[in-house]
Design a protein. Structure first.
Length: 497
């Protein structure tokens, strides 16, 4: 267990260092002072286990500060000098364009700025707001003309601020080009072939869904299978948020695990190396289809660690896997920790699954296990409890019906995924002629939508809370984790670490 303590010392110290630097101007000198303090705690106090743990925490804390300092984007002076002006930019599309009813958001790595009087080489990430259905794709070299702006925070309602500049920084975007006209430019295609292939497969798959299923069932099918949430529509999206079902249209660990288990069953006859390789390919492919969304990367990485542990006959501790994956993701992109809601919700939901689900399972031991009712109810309660303080801080919406809505909607999801795959495959091969094959998928998807709409339509489905300080959120989590630790200690059951 000693290695577990040391691992958590490094993980916790690094994450706290990144988080602290995200909100406070801690410089390199402070990080060096903390590192020296860590060395002193070992050499001048005692070389004990406690001193080593403290030293590791301090060293990792200083490393987190240094990593976040290195990641802070200062912008490009040539771009900054033309803020508020019309300009032409050239660059490469680095993500799949986000097509919405109001327009298309295109993330480009810009390398050329053309103004009325000059042409400069630049290096900047710029989010381009283009008209709907702009005919550009991932990896294309494009030319965009519009008004340069710095992203600004905005009010989401009842005084809550959304830190939009930091959110875009997660994606490497420092500027916006508003009301832009976009066209392809001369130059070689510059994307990742595997990522482009994954995006192409997803688009073909979604067209197959649309050929055999009506809306909003086709949109929901795309959400639960490949994490596409653009097509469920604003009305259904609002209903799902109201009853805490919106996580269903995000590529989560649950969705990926269902697919991996299906692949494993299909390849039961194959050697272990083939099964592990196929599972790894599925994880990477799904992460690429999602555009590298934090929730999908975290879920995929943890699923891959679980598959590796099973293949190598090693013990798999989900809590350690979460710590290692979180450390790796934040090390790669420090902005993820404090400014990416998808990562935060995904990590909190996983913590709830690990820490609180066993507690609820014990409390609900009289609930029958048939059809996985107790497992679904316990895991739903655990994850909902873990994300609740964060969601209340973010949007103030307390869903009163989240538990029954999730219990009724989640049970058929594996079957809905299976039949949605079949419907999409039929649509890809035979177009609308395969519509009869989609009947099982349609019935299951319509049922899930009906559950969401029914609970969202109840007058007491959700309660809106006023704005409160983040300190109350931290206090709520401290109370939850201390309560869970007390529960485990009282039953001599160690929390898996």
């Amino acid at each position: 267990m000693r290695s577990g303590v040391y691992l958590w010392a490094v993980v916790a110290g690094f994450l706290v260092g990144v988080f602290a630097r995200s909100f406070f101007p801690l410089g390199i000198s402070f990080a060096v002072w903390t590192a020296l303090l860590a060395v002193a705690s070992v050499f001048f106090v005692r070389t004990t286990k406690g001193a080593i743990v403290v030293a590791l925490v301090l060293l990792a804390f200083s490393g987190g500060i240094i990593r976040m300092n290195a990641a802070v984007m200062t912008g490009d002076q040539n771009v900054t000098a033309h803020i508020g002006e019309n300009a032409t930019l050239e660059g490469v599309v680095v993500q799949e364009p986000d097509v919405r009813d109001s327009g298309t958001l295109i993330s480009i790595a810009a390398d050329t700025l053309i103004t009325k009087y000059e042409k400069n080489s630049i290096h900047a990430g710029i989010l381009v707001q283009a008209p709907p259905h702009a005919s550009v794709g991932y990896g294309d070299r494009v030319r965009a003309f519009g008004t340069l702006q710095l992203p600004e925070s905005f009010d989401t309602g009842e005084g809550r601020q959304f830190e939009y500049p930091e959110y875009l920084a997660v994606q490497g975007m420092s500027y916006q080009l508003m009301r832009a006209q976009v066209e392809t430019a001369d130059g070689d295609w510059s994307g990742n072939p595997l990522k482009a292939f994954a995006i192409g497969v997803k688009e073909l798959y979604l067209r197959g869904e649309e050929a055999t299923l009506p809306e909003p069932e086709a949109g929901l099918a795309g959400g639960i299978t490949v994490g596409d949430k653009r097509s469920i529509g604003p009305e259904l999206s609002a209903d799902f948020q109201r009853v805490s079902l919106i996580h269903m249209v995000v590529l989560s660990g649950y969705n990926i695990t269902v697919v991996i288990n299906a692949v494993a069953r299909m390849l039961m006859w194959a050697p272990q190396l083939v099964r592990f390789g196929a599972s790894g390919f599925v994880v990477v492919f799904f992460a690429l289809m999602s555009g590298g969304a934090a929730s999908a990367v975290r879920a995929g990485a943890m699923a891959l660690l679980a598959v590796y542990a099973h293949a190598s006959k090693r013990v798999f501790l989900a809590s350690r896997a979460l710590g290692v994956v979180a450390l790796g993701m934040v090390l790669y992109n420090p902005f993820t920790l404090a400014f990416d809601p998808s990562f935060q919700l995904s990590a909190l939901a996983t913590i709830g699954l690990i820490m609180f689900t066993p507690i609820f399972s014990t409390w609900l031991r009289r609930v029958p296990e048939r059809f996985g009712i107790r497992e679904i109810l316990s895991s739903t309660a655990g994850t909902q409890l873990a994300v609740l303080p964060f969601l209340l801080y973010q949007n103030g919406m307390l869903s009163v019906v989240a538990l029954p809505a999730n219990l009724l909607a989640l049970a058929p999801v594996p079957f809905a995924m299976l039949f949605s795959f079949a419907a999409a495959l039929g649509g890809m091969l035979f177009g609308s002629y395969a519509t009869p094959l989609a009947a099982p998928a349609y019935l299951l998807l319509a049922y899930i939508i009906a559950v969401g709409k029914f609970f969202a339509g109840l007058p007491f489905a959700a309660v809106s809370l006023p704005v409160f300080s983040a300190w109350w959120m931290f206090a709520a989590y401290a109370a939850l984790f201390c309560g869970a630790a007390w529960w485990y200690a009282g039953r001599s059951i160690p929390v898996s670490a």
